[in-house]
Ligand binder design. Sequence first.
Ligand SMILES: Cc1cc2nc3c(=O)[nH]c(=O)nc-3n(C[C@H](O)[C@H](O)[C@H](O)COP(=O)(O)OP(=O)(O)OC[C@H]3O[C@@H](n4cnc5c(N)ncnc54)[C@H](O)[C@@H]3O)c2cc1C
Ligand code: FES
Ligand code: FES
Length: 1344
Amino acid sequence: MASVPNSDELIFFVNGRKVVEKNADPEVNLLYYLRKVHILIFYCTKYSCGSGGCGACTVMVSRYNPKTKEIRHSPVTACLVPICSLHGAAVTTVEGVGSISTRIHPVQERLAKCHGTQCGFCSPGMVMSIYTLLRNHPEPTLEQITKAIGGNLCRCTGYRPIVESGKTFCEETTVCELKGSGKCCMDQEERSFINRQEKICTKLYNEDEFQPLDPSQEPIFPPELIRMAEDPNKRRLTFQGERTTWIAPVTLNDLLELKASFPEAPLIMGNTAVGPSIKFKGEFHPVFISPLGLPELYFVDYTDDGVTIGAGYSLAQLSDALHLTVLEQPKEKTKTYRALLKHLRTLAGAQIRNMATLGGHVVSRPNFSDLNPILAAGNATINLISKEGERQIPLNSLFLERSPEASLKSEEIVLSVYIPHSTQWHFVSGLRLAQRQENAFAIVNAGMSVKFEDGTDTIKDLQMFYGSVGPTVVSASQTCKRLLGRPWDDHMLSDACRWVLDEIYIPPAAEDGMVEYRRTLIVSLLFKFYLRVRRGLNKMDPQKFPDIPENSMSALEDFPIKTPQGIQMFQCVDPYQSPQDPVGHPVMHQSAIKHATGEAVFSDDMPPFAQELFLAVTTSTRAHAKIISIDASEALALPGVVDVITAEDIPGANNHQGEILYAQNEVICVGQIVCTVAADTYAHAREAAEKVKITYEDIEPRIITIEQALEHNSFLSTEKKVEQGNVEQAFKYVDQILEGEAHVEGQEHFYMETQTILAIPKQEDKEMVLYLGTQFPSHVQEFVAAALNVPRNRIACHIKRVGGGFGGKVTKPALLGAITAVAANKTGRPIRFILERGDDMLITAGRHPLLGKYKIGFMNNGVIKAADVEYYINGGCTPDESESYLSYKVDEFCYIVLKSDNAYHIPNFRCRGRPCKTNLPSNTAFRGYGFPEAAVVAEAYVTAVASRCDLSPEEVKEINMYKRISKTTYKQTFDPEPLRKCWKECLEKSSFSARKLAAEEFNKKNYWKKRGLAVIPMKFTVGFPVGYYSQAAALVHIYLDGSVLVTHGGCEMGQGLHTKIIQVASRELNIPQSYIHLSETSTVTVPNASFTAASMGTDINGKAVQNACQILMARLQPIIRKNPKGRWEDWITKAFTESISLSATGYFKGYQTHMDWEKEKGEPFAYYVYGAACSEVEVDCLTGAHKLLRTDIFVDAAFSINPAVDVGQIEGAFIQGMGLYTTEELKYSPEGVLYSRSPEDYKIPTVTEIPEEFYVTLVRSRNPIAIYSSKGLGETAMFLGSSVLFAIFDAVTAAREERGLTKIFNLKSPATPEFIRMTCVDQFTDMIPRDDPSTFTPWSVRVS
Ligand SMILES: Cc1cc2nc3c(=O)[nH]c(=O)nc-3n(C[C@H](O)[C@H](O)[C@H](O)COP(=O)(O)OP(=O)(O)OC[C@H]3O[C@@H](n4cnc5c(N)ncnc54)[C@H](O)[C@@H]3O)c2cc1C
Ligand code: FES
Ligand code: FES
């Protein structure tokens, strides 16, 4: 940081080491400081979102309170912590918890050994969240574990193993985790039956190996910081940055003086409101005032009438204080506190709750505030202070609606908030609905209270406050006023609903969309409150106040958050197998310990190269426009800026295979890269990139949705079709025909490590070296060579590991790599290009939105005779993988169509499809490659047929399922026996029939909550119609000390590929795994490697490594034969002395797949993976929330090389699939602008979404074609996530049936709360105002 005069020294500790920063810059956050100002050896704390929403950067901040003499340890997101706020604090990062070179902490060890890491990018954050919990609670409860990691996102594991690692610290868990719930897997008859029959194991790790947790071994809080905190002569501190000043007063008077001198300066408390505003809204503040630690702001005062809480209390401390009150006070006095506690449990994650303060929350008054509506309804008051003195203002509607006369003056600060007790005839409630149960802003929330005349139900006072319905929290004060004196009955409710809808109007084009849904929630939440109050009245005087009807009870409560649990079942290793042979064992991920200690190096963790520059992008703001001019003069004049790079600077091809590096002359989507800026820091590059001025002239047409593409005949390729039987003829004799549509929206990969590329130009021969995260290094090499106009042998790509790929790093890194290389080439300096989360989401796009149209002919007994299906996908603006998605370029084959039959045999079947060309960023590969979105269409029409025939979906599925050795539409023969087995076991072991009956019973008794179940069968294809795509090569070296270095063409992105490869090499060479090392993937060691995708990583690379090892073993055989009892090392030495080569390349030619398009026949796939999943959900018809109660998955794993890795892939993919079909919703403006660009507005599942009970079974079968008869399982379970979607449909159907509505409706994915609520039509959806679509432009559009 630049040196600035008159600045105090900032003193804090990191991992026990004192940091004295003489030039502390208020604009620098802790994450940047830890990673880029190099105070640590490693870059263990990770950047993933920069907005506090993902938890990847979690560290522990400990502070000493001189008043209480206590040390409080808090988890915080380092990306939102200004370093200046840390004076006197001790920071612990993951390397301070433990490391390989010192001691691995039990938290790290258990996370690794419980298989709680895959790519490892989230792991340091997870470790820190659990570690901090243990520092405060060495023997936590199960609930505390789930709560602790609620703010940490993981895209790989599906959370179950992470929770499990945390649970090992809980006193109440036992070896069998279900014991905690009173149930045990071993007690269940049916499960022990499987064990006897098939030698099934259920332990993926050995708890006996765990080191005990010894809290006395934790580092002590630095005594120097205690002395500093207790120093009676503390003085005001000032930190002067490049542009801003940070002032930290130490007395209240000093603070008030400062506030009077700098009335516009924000008080920085948690920085969770100010920080994001600076970063994302471009706010600038020259002065910050930081009263952190000022004793007057930190207190709780319990009186007879209420509780006063200091404004400096964090929301976590607020929660603790309220818990105490609730424990101590009679129930009737604590209604407001309990309402607040309910919302405090789900507000953000633990980190934000530990950072955000009560004062900051109240003053920032976010429109989505979860607390202010309740505080207002509970008649809270705000205690203010300024130099002029103290005063109180009510926390009421005027304050919340930001009326100037009711707000604090700019020189005032909030000292505390007073929350009065509730009283006997007084009811207070908090209500909220969000896309996700925890860590998601409310779609609508409310705080409501009613006071009655004593002993009556006559309304004396009524308050209703709503959040997320307008720019501020609003009060329905007119409605409340009109209802005074009315009895609390149905008439009152009916009037209240009508009036509140009149009073709180959400305009049709309102920001954030979901207008009709939000209107419905306004009345639905009111109805919930109404019922809660009626129930409360009844409890107070059952004689006088009748109870609510039995079938309405379920409307009262929201879904509880439970700690998930589960069992994983897999085949035991043959007892006769050599103990050294690791194949078949649940071996821990090769890098798991390094993930957990943070020492696993990702591309951006590499230290800076000399002269390194950072790159930032300027992207198009128009979907389709001519570029009139690009003016970079202002950007170039900014400090630190070295160059602006455009298409003109590309020595070779700007357009390679239809993919465009830089927009030239015209832009074809919002988010297209127009130019990049290279500067000395990322901040400078970013600032300059924003200053580049581009003028555009719009071009028509602008095509955003599939519907518009169809209108304009805008496609990326010609139509592809496959057909069998005689579809038209069959339609003539079927009993019934149904037609319908299915819309499946896209999905963001949301890998935790954003796209990262480092390009280093070499001095000689135009060589360029790239370090990056990709699934397809040779593709990057190809694009870079084409852009630089050099042969590929000058380009070297190195991949150590990838922080999650999921298909998003197959093609996109090539484009971004070429852009980076061009910048490196032009500037002659190393370039570091790390996409910010928002840019990554905008530029790299994701899964293709899909529209499926179908016409199905079937008999009354459910047999489907004919299907005519059309698919359209929204490909975006360039071909990327969209064309191959539907048609393999080489064979011109309908790929999506090949997969679309899923598990069903339909004798007369026609399937057509086209990728649509639109003005959206180009969509690309995503786990499952078309299958999860295409196969769901088949499930939709099979379910619709069942409904028409009055049969259950399971019956119709079974009737139409492949039964015996069969041929697919394209005449590939296969045996569906494992499919039938998975299906049967899934139905049996999940007790489907009994649970279905129980759900029906539940549904009869409950009008407002419904349960639904669904079972999904799966036939998943592995391989490509193009055989040579599955070739692979490997290079194995044996060194003279006996150690072995294995290299192959596959990339490790968390899927455990390298772990399995080590197992293969260990078996083949007959040596322990510890002898084998896998360093990196590189185009230098293995050329022309295929992508690591399509579940084939281990299949093909494993075969290549096996081949190399077998070649080496063949060479060693004569030596071994001569000395059979010798040691490996002896044989190697001997081989060397006999001049036997100890290095071999291995090769796998690939699967012999092929397809003859003309004849419509072939063997396009190597083999199939079968499976089935059963999920049960409960939906809240009033709000649209759902809870996943249980999932059972059966996947035909054949022989699992590593059950821990395979179970991990299945669980992770299932949860990712569940996200696709439920919570993950990309929002686009009608102009093609992607709104969802951060974890705040795109909701991948968190720990609260996973099944409460989660059972996974690896089913044994044979697959001689693949290595050790295994199967590739990386993608399979993604589609099984649709069992949740169909379970939701089942529940919603139950609601509709009860309301006398039609059963069949078109499938829409994701089934968001909005969809669920609006489909469960009732009196509340009927009463909301509807708008004529022709009169307004909606805020967002669906693009499928
Ligand atoms: C990732 C994330 C998720 C979130 N999720 C939710 C959610 O689900 N529900 C929800 O309701 N909220 C949520 N929030 C918002 C959060 O509750 C608020 O940002 C937070 O409460 C603000 O408190 P703070 O201490 O961080 O304020 P700061 O950012 O430090 O300050 C905010 C403002 O308050 C002023 N201020 C602070 N203290 C005082 C004082 N004592 N006197 C006068 N002025 C003061 C400052 O001048 C500043 O203008 C989320 C925030 C983040 C970052
Ligand atoms: S990087 Fe800090 S929370 Fe995501
Ligand atoms: S292991 Fe959690 S994000 Fe990859």
